[in-house]
Design a protein around this ligand. Structure first.
Ligand code: ZN
Length: 166
């Protein structure tokens, strides 16, 4: 850590707890449907006419529902590194809410290490920093690596020919 204050790259989408960050969603008080990002005005469930929501911290773990490699600069409002570097994107189905939330995969993790159904957890990573502050965003990281620092190096790369789809 460099002592600069950490601020969210997008306000109000996730808690700034370095150890146990949560995405912040909302739940309809009438039909109990979860939403991310938060809904404020009306329920998107067509069978529901409620406009009352409560703010909730969503599950910080889930399993991979889909994933892909982003080899090009994604369009706004997706927040990407500058200069752009290819990264993996995972759609993770949250453990409790069973809703799918898209996110960038943590630095140093390649698609070769991902597979459908793999348990993932939410982490915060630096997006970029300037002279006064560090801006962080949420990413998905394989749960198995949570007890050790993310490795970046050849020892973490799967053997050639090993398939990532089983
Ligand atoms: Zn509703």
């Amino acid at each position: 850590m460099n002592g600069k204050p950490q601020v969210p790259a997008i306000d109000g989408w996730y808690s700034m707890d370095a150890e146990q960050p949560h995405l912040i969603g909302s739940r309809c008080l009438h039909c109990q449907t979860y939403f991310f990002p938060r809904q404020f005005s009306y329920c998107r469930n067509p069978a529901c006419e409620s406009n009352e929501f409560e703010e909730v911290e969503l599950s910080r773990t889930g399993v991979i529902w889909s994933y892909t490699d982003a080899c090009y600069q994604p369009p706004e409002p997706f927040v990407a590194d500058d200069p752009f570097q290819p990264f993996a994107i995972a759609a993770v189905r949250l453990e409790k809410e069973q809703m799918v939330v898209l996110g960038q995969v943590a630095s140093g993790i390649t698609v070769a290490e991902l597979k459908l159904g793999l348990p993932m957890e939410l982490v915060l990573e630096t997006l970029h920093e300037d002279n006064t502050e560090t801006r962080v965003t949420w990413k998905w990281r394989p749960l198995a690596s949570s007890s050790q620092p993310a490795k970046i190096g050849s020892e973490h790369i799967n053997q050639p020919g090993e398939s990532h789809v089983h």
